[in-house]
Design a protein around this ligand. Structure first.
Ligand SMILES: NC(=O)c1ccc[n+]([C@@H]2O[C@H](COP(=O)([O-])OP(=O)(O)OC[C@H]3O[C@@H](n4cnc5c(N)ncnc54)[C@H](OP(=O)(O)O)[C@@H]3O)[C@@H](O)[C@H]2O)c1
Length: 327
């Protein structure tokens, strides 16, 4: 483990640069477990980490990568021994703590999850942060009453990481009316390939911002945020719920209280970063069993040198589905 490969973002005169470097353990953040990283995955937050004003990384040099799976090689945590297969999503990894875009990671053991026996390290990153978040959103909607297979469900950001996994999961669970909301018409075909029964483009949402319109959907998972969320809320039926997971399209929410007080609509937030460890372990065991759809997801596998190009695709809106990185 003398020297190993990592993507390092450096700052010089307010300019960011990033490249593959040979580094040693001294460049990794502190932690009581060292993991030989096998896979990481690409997420929206990684794209922000590469941007000068992305709001994700403030201290440089930084190794980005908000998730990884791999094998424990050294541990001072009694919960983990060398050879254990583990995964990590969230916490400070790839943000303030050096992340998954390296052949080794050093982290606090309490952030790690044992990979369930029936899941491989590759499958763990096919889910990755985006898939774990999609699963949290589906589970939250189930808690709020999503059960009827005929429920009309809207998934906004349908061709992205969170949205594409959410669609596949909802179809696996037997929901018959899943509508994918796409940014533009050229993504309609992709959303159908990802399993959407119907597709709507963002431009076809009601731009008049009426407080309430005809009820078209019973539930929604929204990875887009901003104007799109503002336009979804008036279309939700009585007692329905919207799980908001992201802000790929904006942060400002313009709404009235009417969907909430006249239609009893719930707007719930989904966070995957600080979920407690019992819930993490439970969701991952579900993903390894009844909810396992990894063989149905469209996955692109890349190597470390392709990371910058793939990150640029997320930034320019040319990235679809899930991308995993093999180390
Ligand atoms: N809450 C959490 O813990 C958590 C976890 C993971 C991700 N997230 C957040 O969830 C969001 C999505 O993440 P992701 O990994 O799925 O990103 P992604 O793969 O880049 O997908 C984003 C999707 O949003 C679409 N989109 C962007 N702007 C849009 C607009 N104005 N109207 C309609 N669609 C629009 C994109 O379509 P085009 O490609 O066609 O533009 C793309 O399909 C991000 O904000 C991310 O930070 C949150």
């Amino acid at each position: 483990m003398d020297k190993f490969n990592a993507i390092v973002i450096r700052e010089n005169n307010n300019q960011l640069s990033f490249q593959r470097e040979m580094i040693d353990l001294s460049m990794l953040s502190e932690g009581n477990v060292i993991v030989r990283v096998n896979y990481s995955s690409l997420n929206y937050k990684d794209m922000l980490a590469f941007q000068p004003n992305g709001g994700v990384v403030n201290n440089y040099p930084m190794i980005p990568g908000v998730d990884f799976s791999g094998e424990v090689v050294q541990s001072d945590d009694p919960e983990f021994v060398p050879g254990d297969e583990v995964l990590l999503t969230g916490y400070d990894v790839g943000v303030t703590h050096t992340g998954g875009f390296a052949e080794y990671a050093r982290v606090p053991g309490k952030w790690l999850v044992h990979i369930p026996e029936t899941m491989s390290m590759r499958e763990a990153m096919i889910w990755g942060t985006a898939g774990f978040t999609a699963a949290l959103a589906v589970e939250k909607l189930q808690q709020l009453g999503l059960k009827n297979p005929k429920a009309r469900i809207l998934v906004a950001g349908a061709t992205g990481g969170v949205g594409s996994v959410a669609i596949a999961l909802l179809k696996q669970l037997g929901f018959q009316s899943v509508t994918g909301l796409v940014h533009s018409g050229e993504r309609e075909k992709t959303a159908r390939e990802f399993g959407a029964d119907h597709v709507i483009t963002a431009s076809r949402l009601d731009k008049d911002q009426k407080p309430l319109t005809s009820a078209k959907y019973d539930y929604a998972i929204d990875a887009v945020g901003g104007e799109v969320t503002s336009q979804i809320l008036p279309t939700i039926s009585y007692g329905g719920s919207v799980a908001i997971t992201g802000n790929a399209g904006g942060t400002q929410l313009l709404t009235t209280v009417l969907p909430f007080i006249l239609r009893a609509v719930s707007l719930v937030g989904i966070d995957s970063v600080a979920v407690d460890s019992d819930k993490r372990q439970w969701i991952w065991s579900l993903l390894a069993s009844d909810w396992d759809i990894t063989d149905q997801l469209q996955v692109t596998e890349i190597g470390i040198d392709q990371i910058p190009d793939e990150v640029a695709k997320i930034q320019s809106g040319h990235h679809t589905g899930r991308t995993i990185i093999k180390f």
